[in-house]
Design a protein around this ligand. Structure first.
Ligand SMILES: [Zn+2]
Ligand SMILES: [Zn+2]
Length: 136
């Protein structure tokens, strides 16, 4: 039986389901992913031969294809949240982990393009952690 996954964007205009299994989960530190996420790395799950169904808001989904590369990003045009992309070139649905509402059941497979890792992100284990906002 194939696994069912559900997800949505921050403003809830877009909801989707995905039928299939994730076979890899990459944390990509490349410079394009830093721009596209505004953060240190993308966290993308790969589901070959999976079926993506937009449950609502498909017309709110925009896909940016970076010229002359395989880098693309789908997002909600209202709230900007990352959403899945059907990557026909690699026969795969690429799902940003953060847009899933169902539990992510596989651990990250690898950190990739770490040579491009932002200098500020090289020693994050040393940064103090809080469950919520820091106490005053
Ligand atoms: Zn949205
Ligand atoms: Zn990348």
């Amino acid at each position: 039986m194939t696994t069912q996954h559900q997800g949505s964007c921050l403003c809830q205009a877009v909801k989707f389901s995905l039928s299939g299994d994730f076979t890899s989960f990459f944390l990509c530190h490349c410079s394009r992913c830093q721009k596209d996420t505004g953060s240190v790395h993308a966290a993308n799950l790969f589901a070959p031969e999976a079926t993506l169904n937009w449950l609502q808001g498909e017309t709110s989904v925009t896909t940016y294809q970076h010229a002359n590369t395989r880098h693309s990003k789908s997002f909600c045009k209202h709230c900007g949240s990352a959403l899945p992309t059907v990557a026909a070139s690699i026969g795969c649905v690429v799902v940003p982990a953060g847009c899933l509402d169902s539990e992510v059941t596989i651990a990250p497979t690898a950190k990739i393009f770490v040579k491009s890792c932002a200098s500020w992100a090289k020693n994050l284990n040393a940064v103090p952690s809080y469950d919520g906002l820091p106490e005053e």
